[in-house]
Design a protein around this ligand. Structure first.
Ligand SMILES: [Zn+2]
Length: 137
């Protein structure tokens, strides 16, 4: 059973016990009442633990969503200009040279090191990008 389902079951149990206690009124003996109170505390403690784990799970999910939104935002700015990616800046100009292998494979923005006027190297994956002379104007 998941932590959330466990917490939900405990909460449902606590609500049922609270309803029982309300219905008991004064005709119940003290030991039965104490037993119900004890079960209620146990269920509430389990509920608190389940909800705490749910809170952690929500925090993790929110972090993942934030990370994915940031990646999407970056992806919208990336333009492939053979043999590398470039990023569109706030003025709409393309800048930088980023490794195609690292970006396509792992979503990593690795700036390329200049080797010559038409070749660059990635410091992470050692990919060498060569701009085809046909592309030169
Ligand atoms: Zn690379």
């Amino acid at each position: 059973m998941s932590d959330v389902a466990f917490g939900w079951k405990a909460l449902t149990g606590a609500i049922a016990i609270a309803k029982n206690l309300k219905d008991f009124k004064k005709q119940v003996d003290d030991s039965a009442f104490q037993l119900q109170i004890s079960e209620l505390y146990d269920n509430l403690a389990d509920t608190k633990m389940g909800m705490s784990e749910l809170k952690d799970l929500l925090r993790e999910r929110n972090d993942e969503i934030r990370t994915l939104k940031e990646k999407l935002k970056v992806r919208g700015k990336m333009v492939y200009t053979d043999p590398y990616y470039q990023m569109e800046n706030s003025e709409g100009k393309l800048e930088g040279q980023y490794c195609k292998v690292c970006y396509d494979g792992e979503d990593l923005l690795m700036r390329l090191e200049i080797m010559s006027s038409n070749s660059w190297k990635c410091g992470k994956c050692n990919n060498i990008c060569v701009k085809d002379e046909r592309w030169r104007h």
